[in-house]
Design a protein around this ligand. Structure first.
Ligand SMILES: [Zn+2]
Ligand SMILES: [Zn+2]
Length: 364
């Protein structure tokens, strides 16, 4: 019997009778992280990493969640389960499952690039590795973060010199906080959309240092206008072309996403600038993580799974894809934005409640 197998509700462990990131309601769910396409409502019991708790509580409400630290082993039925840093977002984890001496590791979403807002990725040795492959093509290669943030700072400084705000669209959970932690906060004030600020709170509660932020809600007061002209504004993509933007007239705008590496992506988003920034491993990162696992069998899932599996087979590995066809048809594949409950948004302020609900999006 395999340690993990694909069932209609998701990835299942028969020895422990639990699922990992299931997409249909199940009794027992082990979560890799709190993004919406991994952490769904409706499960009986949840197991997740401790740092993910704040975001999960915000999204799922008062459900039964067992929170564990990285590397802490739990026995579930006949399986030994532990969570290990994935470097993707706050509280993101790879799931290590050991049954009768055989070790399978599910990476969930991960990246190897340094990111001060979450615990760095740690390779975990495995017999079988199930890896994400969102950016599993050789064209995807991320620049070092210092270069990326220097680019963002330069753009922000340039706009501020012209007396116009800089709006950067980024996913509210993960990418937005990475921008906050990475930019030079001395350039000007930082203003966040309510949906972003809601997640900022979870990060600060978990002990992650972020620069001071203001929330843009209600009509901008005249006294704030001079400061707003120097501001960096961090907003979720769903805020684009909403009335919320009227408080930042003449603003320069940009989109931060791994897809910005592809020609034409910036134009399709109709923004001035595209910053190539992803929460996922690029091609060299995927290969490095797979090699470090020591796994002889690899399953690729999400994105360019077939391309990655083909490449790995050529390198002598037993590599396959997981057929997530039903999942992709139902949920549109990779969705990176948590759908926040309306009540939580209302608590975060009027800006969040009016423009904060982010629909699922095929972005990363
Ligand atoms: Zn994710
Ligand atoms: Zn994902």
């Amino acid at each position: 019997m395999a340690v993990l197998e694909l069932r209609p509700a998701g990835l299942y462990c028969p020895a422990g009778d639990f699922y990992i990131d299931p997409w249909r309601p199940v009794d027992r769910a082990v979560l890799t992280h709190a993004h919406a396409d991994h952490a769904r409502r409706g499960h009986g019991h949840y197991l997740a990493q401790r740092d993910a708790l704040g975001v999960l509580r915000t999204r799922l409400g008062p459900v039964a969640i067992d929170a564990v630290g990285y590397g802490e082993a739990t026995v579930v039925g006949q399986a030994r389960v532990s969570l290990h840093p994935a470097g993707h977002v706050l509280g993101s984890a790879q799931v290590r499952v050991e049954v009768g001496g055989e070790v399978w590791v599910v990476t969930g979403d991960y990246k190897l690039d340094p990111d001060p807002t979450c615990t760095p990725f740690e390779p975990v040795r495995a017999h079988v590795l199930i890896t994400e492959s969102t950016f599993g093509l050789p064209i995807y290669r991320w620049a070092p973060p210092v270069r990326l943030f220097a680019e963002i700072d330069e753009w922000w400084r340039g706009n501020a010199a012209l007396g116009r705000p800089s709006i950067v669209y980024a996913y509210a959970f993960g990418k937005a906080q990475r921008i906050l932690a990475g930019v030079d906060a001395s350039i000007g004030p930082i203003v966040c959309h309510g949906a972003v600020e809601l997640l900022n709170r979870c990060y600060r509660d978990a002990g992650v240092a972020l620069p001071p932020t203001q929330v843009a809600g209600g009509p901008a007061r005249n006294a704030d206008r001079a400061a707003l002209a120097q501001a960096l504004v961090v907003a979720p993509p769903s805020a684009q072309s909403t009335p919320w933007l009227r408080r930042f007239p003449e603003a320069g705008d940009a989109f931060a996403s791994g897809w910005m590496q592809v020609r034409g992506a910036r134009r399709r988003r109709s923004v001035d600038r595209g910053f190539v920034m992803s929460d996922h491993a690029d091609w060299p990162g995927l290969l490095r993580a797979i090699e470090a696992s020591g796994a002889s069998r690899v399953y690729a899932t999400h994105g360019y799974a077939a391309a990655l599996a083909r490449y790995l087979c050529g390198r002598g590995l037993d590599a396959r894809t997981f057929d997530t066809g039903e999942f992709d048809a139902q949920y549109g594949g990779e969705q990176e934005e948590p759908a926040l409950p309306q009540d939580a948004l209302a608590a975060a302020g009027p800006a969040a409640a009016t423009a904060g609900l982010d629909g699922p999006s095929a972005d990363a």
